[in-house]
Design a protein around this ligand. Structure first.
Ligand code: SF4
Ligand code: SF4
Length: 339
């Protein structure tokens, strides 16, 4: 069985307890943050286990990479604390379960994981950016990290070994991850549990940056002011975010200042709705949209397809164009993209 690599002594010595003190949802003062953290490293119950919004933020706030959120999920599971209604969780577990053995397909070019987004493959994987890519997707290639929102390490660990093997059987050296959460599986979650990943995960930002450089002669600067809607999964791997600024510089886009960008992003609300926290979902959606409007952005760029599906209608209603980051890059290359 895989064990989370976390060091309780690091937490005992930690002066800031930033993981909980900076939490946007729990409102703990520094002393309460320390007290609750101490309970958790002793394996005891804590209000955090019951009230955590599963935003993943503490993984980013802990500069020691001591995996506070993975610890929370482990304790929730051990103590039978469910962050979402049990019926809903049961349904989700069944819905995304692998159903048959993965077929080996021929890889002709750069392997690209599309996770569980087949519709996006048909409508968005086109043009010079994606030329020479081979798509792998479906339940057998699903990252399963969504179950972090439902307090379920055991299910993720049970399934991801197969997911990793299914990719590895294609003898790939690197894997481009269209979905940020897939990248987080290979770059954060697997190492945190000592799971070996026999290929290099490449984040979509890095891949897009690479392909824009390859097509530099075709780039037409867009001259757009863009708000970035940062998804929760990026908080597991913040180290690749600099590629976004490099992309924006190449395509002539200004990243507007938002209250909810940088290390202070707000969830799109999809998870909260799924967890039965409708009021919280309404609240974060209203704050996100209000913040975008105030920023003066003409477009909102999404990195996560789920965030895009959740917020694009409300964003468009405010006269702001919702767009996936890959489509924004394709626009800069003069290509037509679907709305
Ligand atoms: S998880 Fe990180 S930030 Fe939180 S107490 Fe431990 S070392 Fe400090
Ligand atoms: S996951 Fe988010 S809500 Fe939960 S403790 Fe960490 S920062 Fe707070």
């Amino acid at each position: 069985m895989y064990q989370l690599k976390t060091d309780p002594d690091l937490c005992r010595r930690c002066e800031t307890t930033d993981c909980l003190a900076r939490c946007q949802y729990l409102n703990l003062d520094p002393e309460a943050a320390k007290r609750e953290k101490m309970k958790m490293i002793e394996g005891l119950d804590s209000i955090v286990l019951h009230q955590c919004a599963t935003c993943y933020g503490c993984e980013e706030y802990c500069k020691h990479r001591n995996h506070p959120f993975y610890l929370i999920v482990g304790l929730q599971e051990k103590r039978g604390i469910k962050p979402a209604p049990e019926d809903f969780i049961r349904e989700q577990v069944k819905l995304f379960a692998p159903r048959e053995e993965a077929k080996i397909t021929e890889i002709d070019g750069t392997p690209l994981s599309m996770c569980l987004f087949p519709k996006l493959k048909d409508s968005r994987i086109a043009g010079s950016i994606f030329e020479g890519t081979s798509v792998l997707m479906g339940r057998n290639f699903f990252c399963n990290l969504v179950y972090l929102h439902y307090g379920m390490h055991s299910l993720i660990l049970e399934r991801v070994e197969n997911t990793i093997n299914n990719f590895a059987r294609h003898n790939i050296d690197e894997l481009v991850c269209f979905h940020d959460e897939c990248y987080a599986l290979y770059a954060s979650y697997a190492p945190a549990f000592g799971l070996e990943v026999p290929f290099r995960p490449v984040h979509l930002f890095e891949f897009l940056h690479r392909r824009l450089l390859d097509n530099a002669g075709k780039i037409k600067k867009l001259g757009l002011k863009v708000a970035y809607q940062r998804p929760c999964s990026t908080r597991l791997t913040p180290e690749k975010d600099h590629y976004l600024d490099k992309i924006f510089a190449l395509i002539g886009v200004e990243r507007v200042k938002r209250e909810y960008d940088g290390e202070n992003p707000l969830c799109c609300g999809a998870v909260f709705r799924a967890q039965g926290r409708g009021d919280l979902a309404d609240d974060v959606q209203a704050r996100n949209i209000g913040d975008m409007v105030q920023s003066g952005a003409g477009a909102c760029v999404f990195n996560c397809p789920m965030c895009y599906m959740t917020l694009s209608g409300a964003v468009a209603q405010k006269g702001i164009r919702p767009i996936l980051i890959s489509d924004l890059c394709r626009l800069a290359l003069g290509e037509d993209v679907a709305d």
